[in-house]
Design a protein around this ligand. Structure first.
Ligand SMILES: Nc1ncnc2c1ncn2[C@@H]1O[C@H](COP(=O)(O)OP(=O)(O)OP(=O)(O)O)[C@@H](O)[C@H]1O
Ligand SMILES: [Mg+2]
Length: 315
C-alpha cells in the first residue's frame, strides 16, 4: 500500500480547541442503527475527513451535527466560532426551534454551514442571488423593511451584493454571476453551494461529498479551494468524501465509519495502513473502481481509492 502523507499545512495550535465534541451518539431509524455509540472530537482549524463505505453513517452523522436528526442517545457539544463556549446542541435552548427540538437554522446561526450530498441550490435564481440568500441569513432586515425600502435595508442589500461578489471570486465563479444556478456545470454548482454556505460566515463548514460527480480537474480545484477555506478563511472543515486521493491529500485527520460504528481514527498515512479500514473497504460488495478518479493517475494514489468509491445514492 502506498503511504501518503497529507500535504495540508498543520493547524497552528498545539493544544487545539474543540469545535465539536461528540460522545456516544446513537441514532436509530426503526430497526436500523445508523450511528452506534460514535464519539469524536473536531479541533479548531483542522480539516477532518469522515470516510467509510456506502451506508456507513456519514451523512447521518452530518445530519445529527446540524440538527436535522436528533440522536436517541449521546451528546453533541459545539463551539463553532473562535471564542464560543462549548454548548450542547441537544440540551441548550439556544439551539431549539419552536417545536423544542434542535433546529438547523439556529445551528447555522451559531456558525455551522454545510453543503449537501445532493446539491441544493435555487436553480431559478442566479449564482449571485444564491449566495446572497446565504449572506442575508446574517443580516437584520426582514421582509417589511425590505418592502418599505428602509435606509438600513438598502445598506444591507449593498453589503450583501458586495460580499456575494467576493465569494464568487473566492470560488472562481465571477464570470457566472448572472447565470442561473441551474444552468451551471456540475462542478460549478458544487462550488456555488460552498460559496453560499460561506456567506453565512461559519466557523465550521461540513461538506458532504463535494467532489461527487466532478471530473479530475474539478477535483484538483476543489482540493485547493478547501485548503483556502481552511487556511485563508480560518474555517474548520468536516469533509465526507469517497475520493481517497483527494481526502488523503488535504485532511489532517480522518475518522472511519463502518456500519454506523467508528472503526478507526488518525492521520492519513496511519489510516491507509489500518487493517480494520482495509477490511471494511474490501469487505463490501460494491467494489467497482471510481472511474473519474482512476482516469488520471497522480502521485498521491492509495490502494483505498479502488475500494467502494462509487458515489453513494443521493440522499
Ligand atoms: N431518514 C432515514 N430513515 C431511515 N433510514 C435512514 C435514514 N437516513 C439514513 N438511514 C440509514 O442509515 C444508514 C446510514 O446511512 P447514511 O446515509 O448516513 O450513510 P452514508 O455513509 O452517508 O452513505 P453514502 O456513502 O452512500 O452516502 C443506512 O442504512 C441508511 O439507510
Ligand atoms: Mg451519505
Amino acid at each position: 500500500m502506498t503511504a501518503v502523507t497529507s500535504t495540508a499545512p498543520e493547524p497552528t495550535a498545539t493544544n487545539p480547541e474543540v469545535v465539536y465534541d461528540v460522545k456516544d451518539v446513537t441514532l436509530r431509524f426503526g430497526g436500523v442503527t445508523s450511528l452506534n455509540k460514535v464519539s469524536l472530537q473536531m479541533h479548531r482549524g483542522e480539516i477532518l475527513a469522515v470516510i467509510g463505505p456506502n451506508g456507513a453513517g456519514k451523512t447521518s452523522l452530518f445530519n445529527s451535527l446540524t440538527g436535522v436528526y436528533t440522536p436517541q442517545e449521546g451528546s453533541i457539544m459545539l463551539a463553532a466560532r473562535k471564542g464560543d463556549e462549548l454548548t450542547s446542541i441537544l440540551h441548550d435552548p439556544r439551539f431549539y426551534g419552536a417545536r423544542k427540538s434542535t433546529a438547523t437554522h439556529l445551528i447555522n446561526r451559531h456558525g455551522v454551514a454545510r453543503t449537501f450530498q445532493n446539491i441544493r441550490l435555487f436553480p431559478a435564481l442566479t449564482a449571485l442571488e444564491n449566495i446572497k440568500v446565504g449572506v442575508e441569513t446574517r443580516q437584520k432586515s426582514g421582509p417589511v423593511s425590505a418592502m418599505l425600502g428602509m435606509p438600513w435595508q438598502r445598506r444591507e442589500e449593498r453589503e450583501s451584493t458586495e460580499r456575494a461578489y467576493e465569494l464568487l471570486r473566492f470560488v472562481g465563479l465571477t464570470a457566472r454571476a448572472n447565470d442561473l444556478a441551474g444552468a451551471l456545470a456540475y462542478g460549478e454548482q458544487r462550488r456555488l453551494e460552498i460559496a453560499r454556505a460561506l456567506g453565512t460566515e461559519p466557523g465550521v463548514i461540513l461538506l458532504d461529498e463535494p467532489a461527487a460527480g466532478t471530473n479530475p480537474a474539478e477535483k484538483r480545484e476543489l482540493a485547493e479551494l478547501i485548503r483556502r477555506i481552511n487556511v485563508e478563511d480560518n474555517v474548520s472543515v468536516l469533509l465526507i468524501e469517497h475520493d481517497m486521493k483527494l481526502v488523503m491529500s488535504i485532511a489532517h485527520r480522518l475518522v472511519v465509519l463502518n456500519f454506523g460504528e467508528k472503526i478507526a481514527e488518525g492521520k492519513p498515512a496511519d489510516i491507509q495502513r489500518n487493517p480494520a479500514v482495509i477490511a471494511a473497504y474490501l469487505g463490501t460488495t460494491n467494489d467497482e473502481p471510481e472511474a473519474a478518479t482512476t482516469a488520471q493517475p497522480e502521485p498521491n494514489t492509495t490502494d483505498l481509492d479502488s475500494g467502494p468509491a462509487a458515489e453513494g445514492d443521493e440522499s
